[in-house]
Design a protein around this ligand. Structure first.
Ligand SMILES: [Zn+2]
Length: 366
């Protein structure tokens, strides 16, 4: 490409620009990447674009922050939002959602998914307004009067109790996934057992899990309550409604608070069942690939996300399924370098090297 020539990569159909998008754009020789006004740029993607002098521009009609005009380096984009409306806190819809959140809180507590004051629940009730649970409350004891209303920056705009400190985790999901209306974060013991080992359950075993959850992602550990922690889920939440949070718990999003809690139940029950089956001393039987494809078709009809809808992703994910076909705890799918589970990084490197060596030697033999 001649000096001064501009090559633009259009990514205006995406709500999140992650590291892998930035790397693909760079590999394609982009000097400019165009995103939509709502697009969330992950910090690593932003840094990568800046380092490679790839300009970040918003689609026409969007408001570009002043800093974007300063240089050809990556620009800062700022989505425009309507001011938060505190009146949404006491509409009939809000009162019904508050009751639903309380009911879900009791379910989580009764199932042993929320210890002490752990866990939090939220619902996006307006374009810039989110109902959520208060901090330092057992989910068993919640009443509608305890709820809070925040804007998408986490600023509390209604409610007498202080909001959960984990609201930023929920807000990152709402900003990245337009379909996400509700989010539930909790610490279910069996799913959390996976989350503390850096492993995910295998697929193709129980239909309900395939349809409602499917591939589970695992995000790297960061200190709870921080912005860095909230952003760890960003590379995964478009293609997964359930993410294991390393050394912590899980987060599920859905179209309703009730459904987000269902996914927590589905994933924890699945992990529990696998752990029980592994004690029987015989191999676990698998659903065939064709039958799994049928389940994925059902899932697509229901409008649920799954990384396997993307054939390229599926191919990459198969690599991680090669570690041990009989294991109930698999290394997570590694896409775009976003999954870095610190506890297992050396082992992951060793495994990737082992698989690469095997493939290279097989190619050499053919
Ligand atoms: Zn937690």
């Amino acid at each position: 490409m001649r000096k001064g020539e501009v090559k633009t990569i259009e990514l205006t159909g995406q709500n999140v620009l992650a590291m892998r998008d930035a790397q693909s754009a760079q590999a394609a020789g982009a000097t400019q990447v165009r995103v939509c006004e709502r697009c969330v740029i992950t910090p690593s993607a932003r840094d990568f674009l800046r380092q490679n002098e790839i300009e970040l521009v918003m689609a026409p009609g969007a408001v570009v922050a002043a800093s974007t005009r300063q240089s050809s380096a990556a620009s800062t984009v700022q989505a425009t939002r309507s001011p938060a409306n505190p009146r949404l806190f006491s509409t009939p819809e809000a009162e019904a959602i508050k009751m639903e959140i309380c009911a879900v809180g009791r379910k989580l507590w009764n199932r042993g998914y929320v210890d002490g004051n752990g866990g939090n629940i939220s619902y996006r009730i307006g374009p810039n307004e989110v109902l959520c649970t208060p901090t330092l409350f057992s989910k068993l004891d919640l009443t509608p009067d305890d709820m809070c209303l925040v804007d998408l920056d986490g600023v509390q705009i209604a409610g007498t109790k202080p909001r959960t400190s984990e609201i930023f985790l929920h807000l990152e999901i709402y900003k990245a996934v337009p379909e996400a209306k509700a989010a539930v974060h909790c610490h279910p013991p069996h799913a959390t057992a996976y989350a503390i080992t850096g492993r995910v359950p295998p697929n193709g075993i129980i239909p309900e899990f395939e349809v409602f959850v499917g591939k589970v992602a695992i995000s790297p550990y960061e200190t709870p309550g921080t912005a860095a922690f909230a952003q760890t889920v960003l590379p995964y939440v478009r293609e997964h409604n359930t993410v294991l949070l390393s050394n912590h718990g899980i987060i599920c999003w859905a179209d309703s608070v009730t459904h987000a809690e269902w996914y927590a139940e589905v994933v924890d029950t699945y992990c529990h069942t696998l752990i029980l089956a592994s004690q029987l001393g015989v191999p676990i039987s698998q659903i065939s690939e064709r039958q799994t494809t049928d389940l994925l078709a059902i899932k697509k009809k229901l409008g649920l996300p799954d990384s396997r809808f993307d054939p390229a992703a599926m191919k990459e994910c198969q690599l991680s399924d090669m570690d041990d076909p009989n294991s109930i705890a698999r290394l997570p799918c590694v896409r775009d370098g976003a999954t870095r589970i610190t506890a297992d990084a050396p082992e992951m490197d060793r495994l990737v090297k082992m698989v690469t060596d095997a493939v290279m030697s097989a190619m050499g033999e053919s």
